[in-house]
Structure formats: structure tokens, C-alpha cells
Design a protein around this ligand. Structure first.
Ligand SMILES: [Cu+2]
Length: 175
């Protein structure tokens, strides 16, 4: 009975780890403004939707200008009615190229992701050509926080536990 339970435990450990691997973490589904779009009038609030619910203490999005500096804005927030959505209120923006730089921590599997959404404010009629991207600005999100480090470590520990349990249960299962 104990042998059977240990095998079931091992299977559960592995199964718990798989969805995160398959579902690719909290990755971007869609955004307003959309990536590589030229908008005549930027939205009052940028809205980014992700595949998994977000940990609010880590997940954020910042706006940078083509010159590379962060644009002054209120801190971003997870939407109160939908944990898959990050919101960033945008200040009035002059014509030019901007990037939304985001990072996420999934509450499903503790994995982090990051990405950029380039967009431009300007005349859409003049913008049928693909958006020419500026050189990547210095990344204001580059420093991994203690939460990220701790969660990565926990992820590794969970995997080690699952594999260890599996290995130790095999000799009992075959005897
Ligand atoms: Cu993941």
C-alpha cells in the first residue's frame, strides 16, 4: 500500500510540473496597443493579457521612449477583475516610438517571463511600412528581484523532490 502511494505521489509531483512546461508560463496573448502598431491616439490605459494569472508583487509593465529612458507614469497594476491582465495608465504621449517592457511571474507555476511591445504614436497614413525599431533601450527590469530568485529555487526544489521520489519508489515497486 505504501509502495503504491509513493508511486502515486511521484506521478502527482511530475504531473504538477508539466502544465507549466506545456503552457509556456505567463506569456503574452494580446495587447492594446498591439505590437508594432502605429496609433494616431494612444489609449489612456495600456492593456496586456497573458496566458496565466499574474503574481502582482513581481509582474509589471513600464513604458520607455525611443531615447531609452523610462517614461514617467503611475506604476502598472494587475487588473482587479482579471488576474491575467496588466494595466498601465499612459501619460499624454508625443509622436514617436515607444516600447512597453513587461515581466510576469505566473501564480500557476512560479515561472517568470519578459518581453517588449514596440509601438509608435503618429499618423497611421504615413505608417504602412513596418515599424523601424530603435536600438534596445537599457532594460529597467533587468535586475532579478529576490522574489524571482526564491521562486526559481523553489521550482528547482520541487523538480528535485519529484524526481527523487520517483527514483526511490522504483526499487520497491519492482520487488
Ligand atoms: Cu511556466
Amino acid at each position: 500500500m505504501i509502495r503504491k502511494l509513493s508511486i502515486i505521489w511521484a506521478a502527482l509531483c511530475v504531473a504538477a510540473l508539466l502544465p507549466g512546461l506545456v503552457r509556456a508560463h505567463a506569456s503574452l496573448v494580446e495587447s492594446v496597443p498591439a505590437a508594432n502598431m502605429v496609433v494616431a491616439e494612444p489609449p489612456a490605459t495600456a492593456r496586456l493579457r497573458f496566458t496565466e494569472p499574474l503574481e502582482p508583487s513581481y509582474s509589471r509593465v513600464v513604458l520607455t521612449s525611443a531615447e531609452g529612458g523610462a517614461v514617467e507614469a503611475e506604476p502598472s497594476r494587475v487588473a482587479p477583475d482579471d488576474p491575467h491582465v496588466l494595466l498601465l495608465d499612459l501619460p499624454p504621449l508625443a509622436e514617436g516610438v515607444y516600447t512597453l517592457q513587461w515581466r510576469t511571474l505566473s501564480t500557476v507555476d512560479g515561472h517568470t517571463m519578459r518581453g517588449v511591445i514596440p509601438f509608435a504614436v503618429g499618423d497611421p497614413a504615413a505608417a504602412n511600412a513596418p515599424l523601424i525599431l530603435p536600438p534596445p533601450p537599457p532594460d529597467p527590469l533587468a535586475m532579478p528581484g529576490p522574489a524571482e530568485v526564491a521562486l526559481r529555487w523553489l521550482s528547482v526544489a520541487a523538480l528535485a523532490l519529484a524526481v527523487g521520489t520517483l527514483i526511490f519508489s522504483i526499487p520497491y515497486a519492482s520487488s
